[in-house]
Design a protein around this ligand. Sequence first.
Ligand code: AHR
Length: 491
Amino acid sequence: MEKYLINPNERIATINKNIYGHFSEHLGRCIYEGLYVGEDSPIPNVKGMRSDVVNALKEIKIPVLRWPGGCFADEYHWKDGIGPRESRKKMINTHWGGVLEDNSFGTHEFMELCEQLGCDAYICGNVGSGSVQEMSEWVEYMTLDGVSPMADLRKKNGREKPWRVKFFGVGNESWGCGGHMTPEYYADEYRRYQTFVRIYDKENPVYKIACGPNAADYNWTEVLMKKAARYMSGLSLHYYTIPTGNWKHKGKATVFSDEEYYNTIKNAYKMEELVQRHSEIMNRYDPQKRVSLVVDEWGTWYDVEEGTNPRFLYQQNAVRDALVAGLTLNIFNKHSDRVRMANIAQTVNVLQSIALTDGENTVLTPTYYVFKMYSDHQENTLLGSYITTRDLSDDGALPQLIESASAKEDGTIISTVVNTSLTDAADIHCQIADFAVKGVTAEILTGDPHDHNDFENKNVVGIREFKDLELTADGFKVCVPPCSVVKFIIT
Ligand code: AHR
């Protein structure tokens, strides 16, 4: 019997809702078809935004959406995407398949999408091929209330009042597709660019996010924190889970061996070490934890589905992905004193999506349902918790179980537990300190790791009620099935 201890007296931090954020790039069919179909489309839409996807995202309480990239952000020139659509410049999306980008989805459309979703905007500016002036003018265009060349241009384009841009990223992957810079060079560039990301609304200052490290590049974090910490509110981190660890043959989304499954889970668990070690560096320069670690790209990355454009990064999504999502979100929750935003890549039709579309058809993925279950953690207080667990590897890097627990304002405890074993259920005794348990309800997502939803069978994987638990004087006992994500609501 494993022991699961929750301590409601140990109130660690607020679980920022933005940990449950998303990322959308001009890549493959994410923006066009996935989120935006245009006003004239037969697919039901409001001002061009496809209603089924918007409603699905609202259902999981999407808190923040990052746009326009990704690598695309460093070749995006925002002025090409404003004004009458028919006269917008067309360009080739060189990074993602060399397809035509007609700029019909630009700043006004993105802000409209955020308004429909009721979420905050996280815009990533162009450092790689842009200029300080271009970035500065974009911020002026979006956020200045009053008279100025850019505010006047915005008004001419139909938007009288400024928008609220809560988060602004200064470049993307500046160590790679964003310009192949050294950390020293980027730190200086960051300092210069961010100076001109002006705060026009003193009540709502823009939260400036610097480009952070690629996975385990600890030197990048060290240099950025040393040279530029005082000029940033957040530092990003990118890490993708690749089953084989080999970018050339990553493995498939729904066809994989047990060994590949466990490698995937093990690689996903690496997020724990990354967050831990980057946080340790940040702690040295910022012991007050003012600067957030923003994991603004994460998720599984497989070989694309057969017959699809290799640069469109379209992949299916199975129960294995649900486990990756569940365990990663538990890691973020447990580090919510430093991790205050995360954005899974990428919303629709690209990488670890929450929805897939085919014409007017939409299917919600297992990952979607994990976000739905976990949305209950948003803005709760992270509680101290600990679970005993076997390790499924020989090097301690693959715990069978991982948990997180939080308290709502009314005292209700939300706990999410992931069982990564393919074969073994876990008998767990959950004990809650100083808490008279009145009742526990639970939901589960479970199945064969290959199970997935597709356009013919949309409901193979979903959330089911879970009743296999027994109240005890100090908590409850439960048998968590293999390959599952479970949420407990404890009152
Ligand atoms: O999410 C796909 C790509 O992965 C992004 O464009 C880039 O930032 C990262 O390398």
